[in-house]
Design a protein around this ligand. Sequence first.
Ligand SMILES: Cc1cc2nc3c(=O)[nH]c(=O)nc-3n(C[C@H](O)[C@H](O)[C@H](O)COP(=O)(O)OP(=O)(O)OC[C@H]3O[C@@H](n4cnc5c(N)ncnc54)[C@H](O)[C@@H]3O)c2cc1C
Length: 545
Amino acid sequence: MTSATRSTEEVPVLIVGGSLVGLTTALLLARHGVKALAVERHSGTAIHPRAGHFQIRTIEILREMGLEDEGRRKARETYDPEGGIIAVESLAGKEVARFIPNLNVGVDHRSPTGRLFVDQDVLEPMLRRAAEQLGARLTYRTEMTSFEQDAERVRAVIRDLDSGAEREIVARYMVAADGNRSRVRRALGIEMQGYGLLSKSVTLYFEADCAPYLQGRNSGVFYVHNPTLRGFFRLNLAGQRGFLAINVVGADVTRDEAVNVSQGMTEERALELLRAAIGVPGLPMKVRQIVPWDAEANVAAHFSDGRVFLAGDAAHVVPPNGGFGGNTGVQDAHNLAWKLAMVVNGQAGPELLETYDDERRPIGAFTVDQAYGRYATRVVPERGKDNVKPIVDDLLIEIGYRYRSSAVIGGSANDPLVEHPDKLKAAPGTRAPHVVLERDGAAISTLDLFGEHFVLLTGPNGGAWRAAADEAASALGVPIDVWQVGGERGLRDVDGRFLEAYALGPAGAVLVRPDSFVAWRAGDSRADGRALGRAIASILSRGGA
Ligand SMILES: Cc1cc2nc3c(=O)[nH]c(=O)nc-3n(C[C@H](O)[C@H](O)[C@H](O)COP(=O)(O)OP(=O)(O)OC[C@H]3O[C@@H](n4cnc5c(N)ncnc54)[C@H](O)[C@@H]3O)c2cc1C
């Protein structure tokens, strides 16, 4: 078909890829009133479980999207949603390490929710349904085949894989959520940097009666380490089916063949490896599917180019150890969606979009280091720790990171990229802390106040900030929600923690962005609508506004 006969459609945002990150982006944009078009070459949502370990921050985002309860309910049908992570010689054999006794160790008062074991193929249909309900368009069996961009627009060609018909999509912006082999990233010439290819791994999906060998252990992930193979199991509650991901075969990890697991993989070999991992020779079982994949640890040199943004595995790819890949991608989408929406809706200058790379790339690179460290120490410890960065607690990776960009006012360039969340105290660029409040007789979290607009939180004596916020909102044409905490007119501070958790004086205020990150603070100063307006104008790159 020639370009002359192609139909053309204009959309605000084109999303390439309709898996975990593409769907999340489509849903979040729709919640901000931007109806994007997502194209996905597969015929539907994920058919394999893949991601199963979801972090605190990701579940907080699910909660914001109204999907937490359903996700938890569905998780319970498959897993112990809070199982631990242990290492064994084989399921029937000796336990050698307990990495995490329970998935939610350490979460405590720090979040209204917690980590969850739930499969990606369970979450994706939920995201799809919610996105479509809000007006996002998702087209399957459709491939983006080429694109170009200029100062005004991105023009992409998409092809219906059944009919072969092509259409031109003209979009203001494009999000590449097209996975680790990202065609978009390659076309833009953006390099991947990091640790390279770690192994040619395989995942074996199977059915077998493993229940007798679980010995009542509630583990969500069983690492297996024995002379035949190294990898990890995820098994359903009943211990009847699941998958084994294998990263190494044989005992000598210095040999290249050891990490080329997928070479020569047959059903017979798969059965042999599964039995070695379960530790029961001759165990009856059925191999459902053998899926090869590359374990890599790399981050893109840029997360954006002009009007195109990389998100998810297109921007960073990690080995599954630690369960970071999908989580980091969901958090990319959450950072990007409100910015794109405010620019598309004319509330922010396009420079706001530059902060996506400034904020997310350091976190992507840090996460790659952490995932590599877990791979190196849990899977191939004999290779030594030469290029392994110090491993930090999951809590810091999930809710302890800090953004530095022009969309954050205050803080210093020397502030650490990650810190223990208890130390952050609503510092600029960090996730606003969870505190239990009471609204209309119901317990809520501070985090339940965020997601849609900028939010100004004030202390019990901060009533004057209401008028100040009204002044700033009407000057800028940007809604600002104001919540006073404590005092006669404020939300009840159930545990009396608010001022301490936010390091605020009773008349102070904290400005929180729609992604729940702190943008600006007025620790204990008088309400000042002009100062607030100037801060928001600067965050939104509004030039002289
Ligand atoms: C065994 C295993 C276990 C894992 N466990 C975890 C875990 O516990 N926790 C975790 O967070 N992560 C985990 N991950 C990683 C997680 O699955 C990925 O990080 C996640 O799927 C990335 O999502 P994505 O949307 O960025 O990319 P993908 O899921 O790769 O999706 C990209 C999509 O884009 C589509 N596409 C590509 N090009 C085009 C095009 N030109 N036109 C149209 N469509 C296109 C593809 O068909 C694909 O559906 C695991 C991965 C594996 C393999």
